[in-house]
Design a protein around this ligand. Sequence first.
Ligand code: NI
Length: 177
Amino acid sequence: MPIREVIRMGDPRLLARAREVEAFDTPELHALVMDLEDTMRAMQGAGIAAPQIAVGLRVVIFGGFRSARYPDAEEIPYTVLVNPVLEPLSDETEDGWEGCLSVPGMRGLVPRFRQLRYTGFDAFGRRVDRTVADFHARVVQHECDHLDGILYPMRIRDLRQFGFQDVLFPGDTAADD
Ligand code: NI
């Protein structure tokens, strides 16, 4: 269960569309999820997607943390999500600051749908079906974007709202996303 190297923006593997997982409850899929979890925890991320460790499969994990950066945010349960499908429940969007383990040291203001339903499977092939809002919805959208080769800077509307974390938020020592 090693901690894996997180590849960074500029690597073309972060821009590719990841492939659907076809077999569940396999040793390979469980090992991938464990590597993702170990890597996310080691880097104190809010979530991580398989392409970030150079595995081009539609697997993300997130949650199960208390975020120093979002102390007032709801606690998101630890979630493994394979072959996710996202369905916004309205056109309403909300701006929020994001970071990414693949874009270390940076923060940007990103619009996301405020409410959505997400479906998919866990590593055992059990169905996941949740309706969420706000920070939980933001994290899911950020992680699932990685599966389609989209990094959050590509969604920033006003690039003046993009910069180095320690300059934007002096004294904020929280980890990268
Ligand atoms: Ni990210």
